[in-house]
Design a protein. Structure first.
Length: 381
């Protein structure tokens, strides 16, 4: 029989393996390090497996109590597979979020939860996980496509597929029903983020931003365009991250989960100093106007761009990054330096060994050049 210490110290291997306890109870250890309690029994000469939960959420003692309850039912002639409450999609989803998504960025988790709550749970939440068919998932994705959201449909398929594969790994189902949907959804026509690259258009944008009448939003717009950071990173910027010459973004806020340093040009430092008497006593550089406990909403900068006369087809907040990349490359700046400044990681495993300070001297010069270039356009056109 297992001891609590043996369960705790069971280490992952290259492949999943099972450790026997007693009377049909096993601990399965996955390569990811996740541990599951499995009860194995035979009925009509056929082996069955029941998941009794994950460790440490379900302790060794509790797993044995669950096993004993099932054994008592079997002694009465009852089938555990028929008497136990069916495991629903929602049940598996909650375990998946807890085990597999705990280390994801907050913004990504919000997106995942929103997709599931809005699109999937109303139809599949209370349905037993083993009874869900490819057609059930396809109907959900087709409805999203019919509403004109093809990329969201693919995202929902991907998320549900991850949950089903988690259920397969937990011995709750035999296969992932989304596997049968390969090729069933509409082809995705990706659109690049709308941006401006013509110097005259950029000059018009910069003049409009600098003339914006509300200081907090004007600073948010300038901070965004000067740093070329992702919109989520800008709006969640905190005063503790602003050092003398850099903005030090922690790994948990970054898309690639890696710490990132943004050199501050003299223009950005001026923006920071303008902000300091406005928001410096709080947590966020750009707090939410409805309450300083939260940062600015993800729609704030977008609305401001519309207010100063630029449409979605001309530029969006994420388009500041594309504008920076295009212009810097056109001016012959070092491509590797540009990519590092954008926090893009080389897919080559050797070159992708990421150092958060890599190319920092070159990036300091690059970001000062970028800010000077933007300012010079307002005088040239």
């Amino acid at each position: 029989m297992l001891t609590e210490l043996e369960v705790k110290n069971s280490k992952p291997r290259d492949k999943s393996y099972m450790v026997r306890d007693d009377r049909g109870l096993y601990l399965r250890v996955d390569p990811s390090g996740c541990k599951y309690w499995i009860f194995r029994y035979w009925e009509n000469s056929k082996e069955h497996k029941l998941s009794l939960g994950t460790y440490p959420e379900v302790s060794l003692k509790d797993a044995r109590l669950n096993r004993d309850e099932i054994q008592t039912r079997r002694a009465k002639g009852e089938s555990p597979s028929r008497k136990m409450k069916p495991t629903t999609f929602s049940d598996v989803m909650q375990d998946w979020l807890k085990v597999r998504m705990s280390d994801k960025a907050e913004s990504y988790l919000r997106m995942v939860n929103l997709r599931l709550k809005k699109n999937v749970l109303p139809s599949l939440g209370d349905k037993p996980i083993g009874e869900i068919t490819p057609s059930d998932v396809l109907q959900i994705c087709r409805k999203i496509e019919d509403d004109g959201h093809e990329e969201t449909a693919r995202c929902v398929k991907t998320i549900t597929g991850q949950i089903f594969r988690f259920a397969v790994a937990s011995d709750l189902i035999k296969y992932d029903p989304t596997y049968a949907l390969n090729g069933a959804l509409k082809s995705l026509h990706r659109n690049h983020y709308a941006t401006l690259t013509d110097p005259a258009d950029i000059a018009l944008l910069m003049r409009a931003i600098k003339a914006y009448p509300y200081p907090l939003m004007r600073c948010a717009l300038l901070f965004s365009v000067y740093t070329a950071a992702r919109p989520g990173e800008v709006r969640s910027a905190e005063w503790t991250e602003i050092k003398m010459d850099t903005w030090d973004i922690p790994a948990e806020k970054m898309k690639m989960r890696r710490r990132h340093i943004v050199p501050l040009s003299s223009q950005v430092k001026a923006v920071v100093e303008e902000l300091r008497p406005i928001t410096g006593s709080g947590r966020w550089l750009f707090p939410n106007p409805r309450g300083s406990a939260r940062c600015m909403s993800d729609n704030g900068v977008r609305v401001a761009l519309r207010t100063i006369g630029f449409t979605n087809n001309q530029i969006v907040p994420h388009g500041f990054r594309a504008m920076f990349s295009t212009v810097a490359n056109e001016h012959g700046m070092n491509r590797d330096v540009i990519e590092r400044q954008l926090a893009h990681i080389d897919k080559n495993t050797i070159r992708g060994a990421y150092n958060h300070a890599e190319y920092l001297p070159e990036r300091i010069k690059l970001m000062q050049w970028w800010a000077d270039y933007l300012d010079s356009l307002t005088e040239s056109f």
